[in-house]
Design a protein around this ligand. Sequence first.
Ligand code: 13P
Length: 258
Amino acid sequence: MTATKLVIGNWKMNGSTAQVRAFGELVRRGWPACEAALCVPHPLLSAAQTVFGATPLRWGAQDCSADDDGAFTGDVSAGMLREFGARYVILGHSERRAVHGETDGQIAAKVQRAVAAGLTPVVCIGETAEERDGEQTAAVLRRQLLQLVRTLGSDMASIVVAYEPVWAIGSGDTAAPGIIDHTHGFIAATLAFHVGLSAGTVRILYGGSVNSRNAGAILSCKTVAGVLVGGAALNPAEFTEICKAAARCSAEETSEAA
Ligand code: 13P
């Protein structure tokens, strides 16, 4: 498992140029030793590039097209995101699956295009409350992962997976560290079995009601390579605290490994 924890903020359809600048101010005053990025709405990418360009904070987007160009009104290609310096793109978020009806196949095609354009896709998978209650979690995760494996093959090594149980998103109902650890172990084992990727090759993040109070306990799980943060990523002080927790846990894992 790579020792540097990754913290990705998902601003969803929130934020403004002023908020990008506020984060820039904060980062310039000093930043914890962790990898961190904010995935902003498309109109804020230019501001993110200008403001974060000379800081350790990276930036990204929340969706991209499965095509390079053409008659796709309203869509944005992975290549366009690269032009604005984006490093990451969140794909397959449960809100896009639910609100825009995105299928596993469409998501895998977007992921493939993002990898080809040199972006790191942060691919969200996770079960709904009904699926959890029906003991379908493993089957749902396997289905979502195997579509990616079929489409991407060895390019799976280039993606980040985010386990986001749908019931934990925006609910304050964070999955317990033991559940997260168990589920991340299952995801790693599935990738090992089907793609031959050893544990740690694909970073597996946890997302769902992460905040400054629970980040330390979640990030100290060895199977957790980082967190995907929604609401708390809009608050500079909260986001900084989560990044500090990530830096602490990274340092602990590095010293244990030495
Ligand atoms: P919250 O952190 O607000 O629960 O959102 C999680 C999420 O959807 C991140 O992608």
